[in-house]
Write a protein that binds this ligand. Structure first.
Ligand code: ZN
Length: 143
């Protein structure tokens, strides 16, 4: 694979890019994402299909193995949230709650219910989740 190193140390793939801006490599009539191939070779040879290769540098064209890390789909989603872009809140396919639920949960806590009492009404999430919602460690964008 050919690439050009930029001032940030990114290895910018020299070749066709796909719609999302990832380098594309054709092997045996199949098309692969360049950074994923690099990760297969350099980071984790036996990667499962449920694992994603994400960029620390946020540059989809970059194939520097030092800038790549393996993550689960959920981790990838949280990474996007942390960077303030991509799916967030209830628009995320992995969201288990709606923004309305968040208001209800915070309201219940303000009304004197304990975390575990509130969690009992939401079997899909843990007490830790409730606490994180109430203390605004998660769902920060919901006022
Ligand atoms: Zn990079």
């Amino acid at each position: 694979m050919r690439f050009t190193v930029n001032e940030k140390g990114c290895w910018n793939f020299d070749g066709p890019l796909d719609k999302a801006g990832y380098g594309k490599v054709s092997l045996k009539e199949k098309s692969f994402r360049a950074h994923r191939l690099i990760a297969h070779v350099c980071i984790k040879p036996l990667m499962s299909d449920t694992e994603f290769v994400a960029h620390k540098c946020d540059n989809p064209r970059c194939i520097n193995p030092d800038h790549l890390f393996i993550t689960s789909p959920l981790g990838n989603m949280q990474d996007r949230d942390a960077k303030g872009r991509g799916a967030r809140g209830s628009k995320s396919p992995l969201a288990k709650l709606s923004e309305k639920d968040i208001h209800v949960i915070r309201g219940l806590y303000a009304g004197g219910k304990s975390y575990s009492k509130i969690a009992a009404g939401y079997p899909q999430i843990s007490v830790g989740c409730i606490q994180a919602i109430v203390t605004r460690r998660t769902w920060k964008h919901v006022p």
